[in-house]
Design a protein around this ligand. Structure first.
Ligand SMILES: *Cc1c(COP(=O)(O)O)cnc(C)c1O
Length: 366
């Protein structure tokens, strides 16, 4: 008999880690319930699918796949630098922004440190914190969003990092430029602020924070963005962090040498130039948001006003049951009980007919 005990061998932080709960894949629901014509509104994916430009760029890239990718992502970094007025040595590329969010923690945080994030904030923040064995400090939310004053008050001499999602997932809440600027001015320089802007492109231009310009004033600020949402490349995994060059240099030492593959690099380059697709994504999202908000108002359902590509709706105590019933109707949404929102469901904005399918199923079940 073996006494082998993997858990005992594992790092303390990893031992009790709860795995990330992804949205239910369409194939899995098909397999489990035999339902067809499934509508997935569970992972904030872009309902438009990839553009024809990305598709043909991917096809052109296939013949080179026997070779390793460009470890430094030269072309993608150059394009990002040009588009956003930053320097290439400020950029760390990642296998999705999830990768760079984890990388920053691995680069700067150890078991002695505390990491601050908000209640109801993106689950990856507590996950990466715990995996390292550091102490996560979840600050109670205010109106479902980040309470920046309370987060400032939570800073101690052990605090190494603060995660802020703007807009936040799964609540869709948004912090104004003024609120963020006032916050940054008060954070001590040895505390890194990670501003996660995964939904940046959905925010109306006049409301977007000048976050990349702030990097010139705040060397402890890092901004992450992704190609998974408005750019429609979730399945390829492409994201990046922009920071002070010294911070980027350290992160680039710690990352895997080929953490973006040839396909994701090329697709991201093409997507970045595809202004038409981006505008269409934003327009489809705005129309779908109106559709879902109108549905909520018609039925007197509370929802959290959202700046993202999803809406989190209060459905009451039967949220868990309703999620299951929706699955039987062929509609996958996201339960958010794990985010301390047991009475809500998060619904990603789909194409008009997908939103309709959700609305029809809800009207049947309510
Ligand atoms: C979706 C999301 C991300 C990005 O995920 P990747 O696909 O790994 O780029 C990052 N932060 C938040 C808050 C998100 O909702």
């Amino acid at each position: 008999m073996t006494t082998f005990n993997a858990k005992q061998l594992a790092n303390r932080g990893v031992r009790n880690l709860q795995p990330y709960q992804a949205g239910k894949p369409i194939e899995e629901l098909e397999r489990e319930l035999g339902v067809s014509d499934i509508v997935k509104l569970a992972s904030n994916e872009n309902p438009l699918g990839i553009s024809s430009k990305v598709r043909s760029a991917l096809q052109d890239t296939l013949s080179g796949l026997a070779r390793y990718p460009d470890a430094n992502g030269f072309y993608l970094k150059s394009k990002l630098a040009k588009k956003f007025g930053i320097a290439t040595n400020q950029i760390t590329l990642g296998n999705g922004s999830n990768d760079v969010l984890e990388l920053v923690a691995r680069t700067f945080v150890n078991e002695q440190h505390e990491v601050i994030f908000s209640q109801h904030a993106f689950v990856v923040y507590p996950l990466v914190t715990q995996a390292i064995g550091a102490t996560g400090v979840a600050v109670p939310a205010k109106d479902y969003g980040h309470d920046l004053d309370a987060m400032l008050a939570a800073i101690t001499e052990n605090t190494r990092m603060i995660f802020i999602a703007n807009p936040n997932n799964p609540t869709g809440t948004f912090l104004t430029t003024e609120a963020l600027a006032a916050f940054l001015a008060k954070v001590p320089e040895q505390v890194l602020v990670i501003l996660d802007e995964a939904y940046y492109e959905y925010v109306p231009e006049q409301e977007r924070a000048p976050s990349l310009a702030w990097l010139n004033d705040y060397p402890n600020l890092l901004v992450s963005r992704t190609f998974s949402k408005a750019y429609g490349l979730a399945g390829l995994r492409a994201g990046y962090m922009v920071s002070h060059p010294d911070v980027a240099d350290l992160m680039n030492r710690a990352r895997q040498p080929f953490n973006m593959n040839s396909l994701s690099l090329r697709a991201a380059e093409v997507a970045l130039d595809d202004e038409d697709y981006l505008q269409q994504s934003v327009a489809v999202n705005a129309a779908g948001m109106e559709q879902l908000v109108a549905f909520c108002e018609k039925h007197g359902l509370n929802y959290i006003p959202s700046y993202g590509n999803f809406l989190t709706i209060e459905v009451g105590e039967r949220a868990g049951e309703l999620y299951q019933q929706l699955l039987h109707e062929g509609v996958i949404v996201r339960p958010v009980a794990g985010y301390e929102l047991p009475h809500h469901l998060r619904v990603s904005i789909g194409l008009p007919e997908e939103n309709d399918a959700f609305i029809r199923a809800m009207e049947k079940l309510l």
